[in-house]
Write a protein that binds this ligand. Sequence first.
Ligand code: GDP
Ligand code: CA
Length: 342
Amino acid sequence: MPSSTLVLRRITVLSGGVGGARFIQGLLHGLRTGVVPGASAATEVTVVANTADDWWIHGLKVCPDLDTVMYTLGDGIDVERGWGRRDETWSAKTELEAYGVEPTWFGLGDRDIATHLVRTQMLEAGFTLSQVTEALCRRWQPGVRLLPMTDDRVETHVAIADADSPSGRRVVHFQEYWVRLRASVPAEAVVVVGQDAAVPAPGVLDAITDADLVVLPPSNPVVSVGTILGVPGVRDAVRSTPAPVVGLSPIVGGSHVHGMAAQMLTSIGVEVGAGAVGAHYGARSSGGVLDAWLVDERDAEQVPALEAAGLRAAAVPLMMDGPDATAAMAAAAVSLAAGDTA
Ligand code: GDP
Ligand code: CA
């Protein structure tokens, strides 16, 4: 185990879907292979996952980010797509289309549907989303404690221009913006319905407060990490935890690599840049949530400004091109958080 001034018994990660899941997979690989300073295979990882992408469709409760983390870490993910089940078939989707059931643009695979059936039945029987998630994880054994950010219904909606509407605007569910519109039209605003009334799920605040390290993975800063931090109490817990808080930039060389972080950042008036996202999260010493911010080596010129803003900052390769590369990112994040020179 590489030496470190940090001893990591517990790491808590605030995660979205694909970006977060890939990072956590690399982190776990790094823990197993001993490349993460101060940590080992015995280090416990808790993942607080975004649930603001969730929605009800065809009578089923679908939780894309929870499922992406669960399937990725449980080795059930379709690696090419990055979401959904491997070896998926689409008979139910085809049959629904034959009935003319809308929306036809949201594909639920046959294997995936089994997960949503279990979840929906348990919710309707009165179990909470936390309890359902724990039950689903008994099958998938993700190797982390997976917690939804809240058991309450919180849904991201996106305002887009619509010439046919009297207000000139229309609000669509996040899934319609992302899946049907492919984030191809500008997002004029992001509205997180239900957020102010939401309560953190059991264990979420303790996981942040009792951690030895809190990590913001390279997830979408607005509709993944932003919505988790927006659950009342979560931002305060991150601001006040005794653990160091480190983040990894989801923007590399001015691009979001995969996904839609650029559209979402633009909608909240944040420049699409690694330094700008670090500044958006802000240093805990000046009202923000971070102690340290890791950017890609292509963005190394942004390090001095981040340091001037009160953040510990460094530049390393941040492309998640496989478990070893991603484990190295996790190791660099830990070194930076600990203040060890890399
Ligand atoms: P989602 O919920 O499926 O959109 O996943 P997340 O919110 O967890 O992460 C999506 C974000 O991950 C994207 O918007 C990208 O900015 C970021 N991302 C994806 N691949 C990479 C990568 O290889 N390196 C880095 N640094 N960021 C990435
Ligand atoms: Ca998501």
